[in-house]
Design a protein around this ligand. Structure first.
Ligand code: FEO
Length: 384
């Protein structure tokens, strides 16, 4: 695939992994992107997952033709991009490996060598001249590991953005960008909003025509749309006004309460989505919670706590710094309801959350009193 006359895509599509990074379902697969810049000096940018080394190397050789690479640029050491560094250096022993000092320290752990005879350490502001192309390095710690660098090719004005601006989904399975990019961002980088903001500030000083990430498509048109979304996500601002209802239910009574709230909000014209935490993709519902400005959690009381799926969901939210939103609660308990107290107690450690005045308590099954409380909750959610 051609990015420009001198820059080619040499990455691969993975349709075989069931769980990316051991936890994320990828129904449309995922791409591991790698690029080749040919010039007076030739540079390969990143490798791919271990399972695709042979395919990647074929792509590199095909695009190189008679040429040989002078450099391998390693933007990120997570194995989905770095697993084939040794394959590369064994194949091209005269090529240099260019990366951050922290990345070379990680190479010792992964490969038993920091490639001392071919190591080129780069940091913030360093440049690598290839001929008519020059790579300008930008450090991007914790986006999404500490060693990450990005590079800006200043002739064609391309930002090679490492994991930033990536998405789930292979390149041969086209789909809308936003939902799978949000699920990818919130799931994988969501904890590191401060660090993403720092990189966005550096990127704002660049004239960028194309963003080439390590996953998903290169972004060319309307770059401000993508950059604005990254600014929203990394500043923990809601993307939309609306309510996400996340429930878990044992015998269906808590579900009935959640569904009633969903119906009432929908009737009021409020954008609202509802997820059963026992049956949905946890990364999808987590990303949706960050999308909306309001959240309602509904759980039975279970062993003096919340139901396990709710506990897991709360952990996904808090470990990603959930904040700046309004939250309401529906609890169920046949003899000692305590789920609302547990859910609120967990979220009270988060920054800048407000809570609805109404908390719904269901005593085993819906009755007039709990239905009335759900109406009050829907009024509150639709009036703020
Ligand atoms: Fe795609 Fe953080 O690796």
């Amino acid at each position: 695939m051609k990015i420009s006359s001198d820059i080619k895509y040499v990455g691969v599509n993975d349709h075989s992994t069931d769980l990316f990074e051991g936890q994320y379902s990828v129904p449309n697969g995922i791409s591991y992107n790698s690029y080749l810049i040919t010039d007076e000096k030739n540079a390969v940018l990143d490798t791919v997952d271990a399972a695709y080394g042979a395919e990647w190397m074929e792509n590199v050789k095909f695009e190189l033709g008679e040429k040989k690479p002078d450099y391998l640029i390693v933007h990120h050491m997570e194995p989905d991009h770095s697993a084939n560094i040794k394959l590369f250096t064994d194949t091209y022993p005269n090529a240099k490996v260019v990366s951050s000092a922290k990345a070379f320290a990680m190479m010792v752990n992964f490969f038993g060598t920091e490639f001392a005879d071919k190591r080129v350490i780069v940091g913030e502001g360093d440049k690598l001249a290839l001929g008519t192309h020059t790579l300008n390095f930008i450090t991007a710690p914790m986006v999404h590991w500490p060693e990450v660098i990005m590079s800006y090719e200043s002739t064609e004005k391309i930002l090679f953005s490492a994991d930033g601006f990536g998405k789930f989904g292979a390149l041969d399975a086209p789909e809308p960008w936003i939902d799978e990019a949000r699920r990818y961002y919130i799931g994988i980088v969501g904890k590191y909003g401060v660090q993403v903001q720092a990189v966005l500030k550096k990127a704002a000083a660049l004239d960028i025509k194309l963003i080439c990430p390590l996953h998903g498509p290169c972004l060319e048109k309307d770059l401000s749309y993508y950059i604005k979304l990254y600014d929203t996500w990394s500043s923990y601002a809601p993307e939309k006004c609306g309510t996400l209802i996340a429930y878990t239910s044992i015998y269906g009574n808590t579900k009935k309460a959640a569904v009633l709230l969903h119906e009432l909000l929908t009737q009021k014209g409020i954008e609202c989505e509802i997820f059963d935490l026992a049956r949905c993709d946890m990364s999808e519902v987590t990303a949706k919670a960050f999308c909306y400005d309001k959240l309602v959690l509904a759980s039975p009381t279970y062993n003096g706590d919340v139901f396990p799926f709710m506990r897991e969901f709360l952990a996904h939210l808090t470990e990603r710094n959930y904040q700046n939103r309004k939250v309401g609660f529906i609890e169920n308990g046949s003899w000692a309801p305590i789920a609302a107290k547990v859910m609120r107690g967990t979220l009270e450690k988060c920054k800048n959350l407000s809570f609805t005045n109404t908390t719904v308590t269901v005593r085993s099954a819906l009755n007039d009193m709990s239905r009335e409380a759900i109406v009050l909750l829907s009024d509150e959610l639709s009036n703020t």
